[in-house]
Design a protein around this ligand. Structure first.
Ligand code: C2E
Ligand code: CA
Ligand code: CA
Ligand code: CA
Length: 278
């Protein structure tokens, strides 16, 4: 880090410093932050535009950092995956989300599906299956009430050993969704054999859906595939009513995005839900 004279840093240097240092600092703080309870789980609704029901909720982690405020996962999940803390973080999210779902079911606030993001690394050493079983029992939840969101890379040739774990989870009744569908490298023909229940159409195909015939074609093809292989479908990243209408018109009724709600803390989600169903 260059000093621009004396003890002063130029604006540019400060930015540069914070970029490199932030990563190092976050990396060194992450394990402690788990102990200190600085992570939070936020919730974003999944809506069916035909029935206007909130049928699902995706849980998304946030780091409530004492100095930096709320840090979004794009900044720390890659670090957590690199240093292994993702296993603890992932278990924290699973437990927190299931505990929340249990409360919502008891109070009849929300009785749909809780979608939980799971990293590839959580499949190592077979931790995941035991953690899911234990959590479901602890919270007395039916396995069908949770869905694990995994990315296409889980199904690459190198990761074949993950498939038995996924099969065992589905044997329990746990649902599995492919996240960010269409952005990875899995060929369409492989989709045929994947042990999945749902496909999530990535935001990048939604952004321009009103103006791009290519994106319309991709979405239509995905809808056709999902029907043929009898898996569910949801589009994410819907920000405008026009995007929502276009997707519904094409036949993709399950939708998630800022148009409906940003991810919210549990109590804010409860308020949102009350307003939505009124
Ligand atoms: P993702 O699973 O693809 O999640 C969707 C992301 O898009 C979320 O960002 C969500 O807040 C954001 N989003 C939802 N609707 C809209 C919209 O209409 N417009 C825009 N611009 N964005 C929208 P977030 O919460 O920052 O999470 C980023 C990524 O971090 C997630 O992408 C997921 O890959 C990862 N992540 C989040 N929580 C967890 C977790 O608990 N475990 C793991 N392993 N990864 C997580
Ligand atoms: Ca996701
Ligand atoms: Ca996604
Ligand atoms: Ca994503």
């Amino acid at each position: 880090i260059k000093k621009s004279g004396g003890n002063h840093y130029s604006f540019f240097d400060i930015k540069e410093k914070s970029f490199i240092q932030q990563r190092l600092e976050l990396e060194s703080e992450i394990f402690q932050a788990i102990e200190k309870d600085q992570f939070e789980v936020w919730y974003q609704p999944q809506i069916n535009t035909e029935t206007y029901q909130v049928y699902g909720v995706e849980c998304l982690i946030r780091w409530n950092h004492p100095e930096q405020g709320i840090i979004t996962p794009d900044l720390f999940i890659p670090i957590a995956e690199a240093n292994g803390s993702i296993k603890e973080l992932g278990y924290f999210v699973l437990k927190t989300a299931c505990h929340q779902l249990r409360q919502w079911r008891i109070n009849n606030v929300f009785t749909g599906v809780m979608a939980i993001n799971v990293s590839l690394r959580q499949f190592e050493r077979n931790d995941l299956l035991g953690q899911v079983k234990k959590t479901l029992i602890d919270e007395m939840l039916p396995a069908e009430s949770i869905e694990l969101e995994v990315t296409e890379s889980l199904f690459s040739e190198d990761n074949n050993y993950h498939t038995p774990i996924l099969l065992a989870l589905r044997e329990l009744g746990v649902k599995v969704a492919i996240d960010d569908f269409g952005t990875g490298y899995s060929s369409l023909q492989r989709l045929k054999n994947l042990p999945i229940d749902n496909v999530k159409i990535d935001k990048c195909f939604v952004d321009n859906i009103e103006h791009s015939s290519e994106d319309v074609a991709i979405v239509m093809a995905t809808i056709l595939l999902s029907k043929t292989f009898k898996v569910g479908l949801i589009a994410e990243g819907i920000e405008t009513q026009e995007q929502a209408d276009k997707l519904s018109e094409l036949g993709c009724f399950n939708q998630q995005g800022y148009l409906y709600s940003r991810p919210l803390r549990a109590h804010d989600f409860e308020d949102w839900l009350t307003d939505f169903t009124l």
